[in-house]
Write a protein that binds this ligand. Structure first.
Ligand code: NAI
Ligand code: ISE
Length: 341
């Protein structure tokens, strides 16, 4: 176990348990050293059968546990700020699930804390940047053969939303992925948001505004639209079409097995993100572990997490007022690169 990166995993729910399995069975160079969840039974179940792991109900205690050299934060968004700041105090490299911090004031405090240290410590869990299809689209747009991007048309559908999912979370949890993907693909900040609401689906829980149609403007005049529908009932579908001056490119059409029988062809549709983005999560965590073992931090940074929080907050304002909300970012510290590098 000597050379392996000892990771404390905070939160042992859906994502935390999946990342624990990934660190133990898929990723090389790391091991789970500690796990924390206020629900001790859940934490113990997630590490059942693993040797050398300590179990905690207090996340900060897990950071100080024997063998911990890095932190993976998979607790709910509102708990991320405290965990990030505690990891920064200890100078531990962090992989933090999205949303980095759901509110922009808290996200700015994280930016300021890391900027004071003067070097990157955190990678933010925008795993689409590690998805093979998104990477091909990014390379194509950067290559310039299609000319200037004019529009992105995005679709984000979940089969159903978890208990407690709110109308704001369609934007600050689900659409946070499109916010980051659009900034990265286009290399531009998003500057304004408008949200339209079709009549809610009968399949959505009472009171949830689902679906929503979110329209972003960018600093160099591109438009990004997102249909977000988190109780569609039929499949997990994430698509993106870039329309450029000299052509278009689309990713996310179903690409799983096609079964032909009894006079019909049937294509399987993934039912959740753990299936659709399995390879992307694997590559994201491997990249984080490899960088941490070299003493580096790469990938989406705290500025990306902050920008996503500000844009999402504008989106939630636009949803509640029915109007157009503008995005106002704080000055960007030098430690962070520009959008989309
Ligand atoms: N990248 C992606 O595609 C996805 C990311 N996520 C993100 O992962 C995070 C966790 O989401 P899920 O696993 O779906 O939630 P979940 O509700 O299944 O699990 C969260 C776990 O964290 C525990 N917890 C609560 N407060 C805590 C604290 N202060 N410290 C440590 N643990 C705490 C809860 O008891 C629970 O076991 C969220 O930030 C969510 O947005 C979730 C789904 C997909
Ligand atoms: O991050 C995720 C969830 O938190 C969110 O609730 C889902 O809508 C997304 O598809 C998933 O990738």
């Amino acid at each position: 176990m000597g050379d392996l990166l000892g990771v404390a995993v905070l939160g042992a729910g859906h994502m935390g348990a999946d990342h624990i399995r990934r660190l133990d069975q898929v990723v090389s160079g790391a091991r789970v050293a500690a796990v924390a969840d206020p629900d001790r039974d859940r934490a113990e179940a997630a590490v059942a059968g693993l040797a050398g792991v300590t179990v905690h109900t207090d996340p900060v205690a897990a950071l100080d546990a024997p063998g911990v050299a890095a932190v993976l934060i998979a607790s709910p968004g509102p708990a991320h700020e405290e965990a990030l700041l505690a990891a920064f105090e200890r100078r531990l490299p962090v992989l933090c699930e999205k949303p980095m911090v759901p509110d922009s004031a808290g996200a700015l405090r994280v930016v300021e804390a890391e900027a004071r240290i003067g070097r990157r410590l955190a990678q933010i869990g925008f795993m689409r940047r590690y998805d093979a299809e998104y990477q091909r689209l990014k390379a194509l747009l950067d290559g310039g053969s299609l000319g200037r991007p004019l529009m992105l048309h995005c679709t984000h559908r979940n089969v159903s939303s978890p208990a407690g999912f709110t109308s704001a979370m369609l934007i600050n949890s689900s659409v946070s992925h499109e916010i980051d993907a659009a900034r990265w693909l286009l290399g531009q900040e998003l500057t304004a948001v408008t949200v339209l609401r079709p009549a809610p689906s009968a399949g959505a829980p009472e009171g949830l505004i689902d679906p929503q149609f979110v329209l972003f403007e960018t600093e160099r005049g591109a438009l990004v639209d997102v249909e977000v529908f988190v109780n569609c009932g039929f499949g997990y579908q994430v698509r993106c079409e870039a329309v450029c001056e000299a052509g278009s490119a689309r990713i996310g059409d179903e690409h799983t097995m096609v079964v032909t029988a009894r006079g019909a062809a049937r294509e399987e549709v993934a039912q959740d993100y753990l299936v659709r983005f399995a390879d992307a999560y694997d590559r994201e965590v491997q990249a984080w572990v490899d960088a941490a073992r070299r003493g580096e931090v790469t990938g989406p940074d705290v500025w990306d997490g902050y920008a996503a929080a500000v844009v999402a907050e504008a989106g939630v304002r636009a949803l509640s007022t029915g109007g157009r909300a503008t995005v106002d970012l704080a000055p960007r510290p030098d430690v962070y690169a520009t959008a989309g590098r």
